[in-house]
Design a protein around this ligand. Structure first.
Ligand code: SAH
Ligand code: SF4
Ligand code: F3S
Length: 468
C-alpha cells in the first residue's frame, strides 16, 4: 500500500494564521458562527479545530442558525441516514439564508470527500458557499478568506494523500472531557465501510506532539481524555520509531495529576497482550475497552474483511478480562450485512450472550456506494433485518440491565462531569468503565474524583450517593 502522508510545514500553518488576520480585518463588529457536527468523535475533534480557526478569524459562537453569519456543517458518511440528515439540514438553510442576507454556509467532513459529491453540491445545493474535504481542514482559513473575498463558491476536495498538520488552534468544549487525535485515516478497508475512502490512509502523529497536546489538555483542567483514531492499535506503525500504541499509553500515563485516559477505537485483530498488560499496569487507563465485533459468524466476518475469527475474538475478550477483571466491555454490531442468514444472526446472538457486553451500539447495515459490500447480493428483506435488530437489542438490554444492577450496593470511583438537571440527583459522572452515574451528596463538584455508593440502576445508567 502506498505510503500516503503529507506533512504540512509549519510555515504553511503560519500562513493560515495570516489568512485569519485578513478575515478579521473584513469584519465590522463580531460575527457569529455555528458549527454543527455529525458522526464520530473524530469529527467532534475536527469541529473543535474548526472553532479554533474561526476564533482566530474573529468569530464568536452561537447555537442559533438564525443568528449565525457563518454556518459550518461537519458531515459524516458512515451510514446513509447520517448523510440524509446532514443534507436535509443543509437544504433547510436556504430559508435561514433568506432571512439573514450575507449568511454563508460551509460544508465539510467525510461526506464532502465522497466521489461525485462536489458535483452534486455544485448542481443541487446552491446554498453551500464553501465545501472542503477532511484533508483540507488545515487550510480552512485560506479557503474561507477566498470565498469571502471573491464572493463566489469555493470547492476543495481533491483526492490526495491525507495531511498531518501540527500547531493548529483548537477551541475545546467546556467541561472535564477532551478529545485527542493520535492518528488519522484507516487502512483496514472493512468491506462495508466508507471511512478509508474519505479519510485516507493511516497517519500517526509523532509521540512528542501528542505528549505536548496532552500536557496542554491537562493544564487546562480536563480530566477525562480520549485518544482518537479509527484503529488506535496500529498507532505508530507508519512512523517507524519503535513506539506502538501500548508504549504511547504508558508514556501518557506517566504524567502527574488525577486523570483518566480512554481510547477509541481498537480493532480486535490488533488488540495485543502488550496493550492489555499496559492497561492493567496503569490505573490511569480507564477500565473500558470498546472492541467492535460487528458479527458473530465467521462467514460474515470474512465477508466483512474483519480479519479475525469469532474464536480469536473470544480469546482476546478472555485475556482482557484476565488482566482486568473489572473491565467494562462495549462493542458495535452490524445487523443485516449482505447475505447474513438467520443462522449467521443466531451466531451473533450467541456471541453477545456469551460475552455479556456492558453496552452495545447496534447498526442496520447501510450500503455505501463504492465499497465492496455494496456490490454483494442482499436478498434479505428490511423487515427481517429489523426483526433481528430488535431481537439483538432486547437480548443486550437485558444483559446491560443485569450488569448495572450488580453495581447496586458497591462503592465506585466517579469523575463528576456535570449537572443532570434532575432535582433529586443533581450531578452526573462516569465510572472508570464509562458508566453514567446520576448522583447526589456532599462533595459532588464537576472535575472531582469521588467515591460513590450505587443505590439504583437501569439499562443505561446508575444512581448513587457520595460517601463524604
Ligand atoms: N474504526 C471503527 C469504526 C468506525 S465506524 C472500528 O473499526 O471499530 C463506527 C461503526 O459504524 C462501526 O464499528 C460499524 O459498526 C458501523 N458501520 C460502519 N459502516 C457501516 C455501514 N456501512 N452500515 C452500518 N454500520 C456501519
Ligand atoms: Fe471502517 Fe473498518 Fe476502518 Fe473501522 S477499521 S474505520 S470499520 S474500515
Ligand atoms: Fe462518520 Fe467520518 Fe467519523 S464517516 S463516523 S465522521 S470518520
Amino acid at each position: 500500500m502506498a505510503y500516503e502522508r503529507r506533512e504540512i510545514p509549519p510555515e504553511e500553518v503560519a500562513r493560515q494564521l495570516e489568512y485569519c488576520r485578513r478575515i478579521r480585518e473584513r469584519h465590522t463588529g463580531t460575527p457569529l458562527a455555528l458549527v454543527d457536527t455529525y458522526g464520530c468523535q473524530q469529527n467532534e475533534a475536527d469541529s473543535q479545530r474548526l472553532r479554533g480557526w474561526l476564533q482566530e478569524a474573529g468569530y464568536a459562537f452561537t447555537e442559533d442558525a438564525h443568528a449565525a453569519d457563518l454556518i459550518v456543517v461537519n458531515t459524516c458518511a458512515v451510514r446513509q441516514h447520517a448523510e440524509l440528515r446532514a443534507l436535509g439540514n443543509v437544504g433547510q438553510l436556504c430559508h435561514t439564508k433568506k432571512e439573514k442576507p450575507g449568511q454563508k454556509v460551509v460544508l465539510c467532513g467525510c461526506m464532502v470527500q465522497e466521489p461525485g459529491m462536489v458535483e452534486k453540491l455544485r448542481k443541487s445545493y446552491g446554498v453551500v458557499d464553501l465545501a472542503l474535504g477532511p484533508h483540507e481542514l488545515w487550510r480552512f482559513p485560506e479557503l474561507l478568506e477566498r470565498m469571502l473575498r471573491e464572493g463566489r463558491r469555493v470547492f476543495a476536495a481533491e483526492d490526495q494523500p491525507g495531511a498531518v498538520a501540527e500547531g493548529l488552534p483548537v477551541r475545546r468544549d467546556a467541561g472535564v472531557k477532551a478529545w485527542l487525535s493520535i492518528m488519522y485515516g484507516c487502512n483496514n478497508f472493512c468491506s462495508y465501510c466508507i471511512v478509508p475512502y474519505v479519510r485516507g490512509r493511516e497517519r500517526s502523529r509523532r509521540p512528542e506532539e501528542i505528549l505536548s497536546e496532552f500536557r496542554e489538555i491537562l493544564a487546562e483542567g480536563y480530566r477525562d481524555i480520549t485518544l482518537l483514531g479509527q484503529n488506535v492499535n496500529s498507532y505508530g506503525k507508519d512512523l517507524g520509531l519503535g513506539v506502538d500504541f501500548a508504549d504511547l499509553l504508558a508514556l501518557l500515563c506517566r504524567e502527574e495529576g488525577a486523570f483518566r485516559l480512554r481510547f477509541m477505537t481498537s480493532h480486535p485483530k490488533d488488540a495485543t497482550e502488550k496493550l492489555l498488560r499496559t492497561m492493567a499496569e496503569n490505573p490511569k487507563c480507564a477500565r473500558h475497552l470498546h472492541l467492535p465485533v460487528q458479527a458473530g459468524s465467521n462467514r460474515i466476518l470474512k465477508a466483512m474483511n474483519r480479519v479475525y475469527t469469532r474464536e480469536g475474538y473470544l480469546k482476546t475478550v478472555e485475556a482482557a478480562r484476565r488482566y482486568m477483571p473489572d473491565l467494562v466491555l462495549t462493542t458495535d454490531v452490524i445487523v443485516g450485512f449482505p447475505g447474513e442468514t438467520e443462522a449467521d444472526f443466531q451466531e451473533t446472538l450467541s456471541l453477545v450472550r456469551q460475552v455479556e457486553y456492558d453496552a452495545m451500539f447496534t447498526f442496520l447495515y447501510s450500503p455505501r456506494p463504492g465499497t465492496p459490500a455494496a456490490k454483494l447480493p442482499d436478498p434479505e428483506t428490511r423487515e427481517a433485518k429489523q426483526r433481528r435488530f430488535d431481537q439483538l437489542l432486547e437480548v443486550q438490554n437485558a444483559v446491560s440491565a443485569r450488569k448495572h444492577a450488580a453495581y447496586v450496593g458497591k462503592t465506585v470511583e466517579v469523575l463528576v462531569d456535570g449537572e443532570s438537571g434532575e432535582r433529586d440527583y443533581p450531578f452526573t459522572g462516569r465510572t472508570s468503565g464509562g458508566r453514567l452515574v446520576r448522583l447526589r451528596g456532599e462533595g459532588a463538584r464537576p472535575g472531582r474524583f469521588i467515591p460513590v455508593t450505587v443505590t439504583g440502576s437501569n439499562t443505561w445508567a446508575l444512581w448513587g450517593e457520595t460517601r463524604e
